[in-house]
Design a protein. Sequence first.
Length: 120
Amino acid sequence: MLAALLPWLADVLVIVGLLVLTISLWGVLRMPDLYTSLHAWSKATVLGVAPLLLAAGVESQTILLRGLLVLACLLLTAPVSAHAIARAHWRKEQRAVTDGYAPAAREAPDNRWTRGTPSD
């Protein structure tokens, strides 16, 4: 009886994994900035791929163990890579602001110089 349910379980896991990946892709595209997109991406990596790996290993214990090993690597590397990307983006923005290349740094002139003499 359990052997008859294993293909159904694998199909359900595949559908759940694809739904999570599809919804998270939509979330990544809809997020306003890189930081929130990375949050959606890192969650999708683990929560979307995990059911797919489990579905692949439903009938074979060897494949299940390999899938769990891949899942463990994803659990370790997805947050670290998301953090590294976010930190690199933040440092790039900070460098652009301090060098004067950011749009926010060029947007508004200093108003105290436009009124005549400076009030220092």
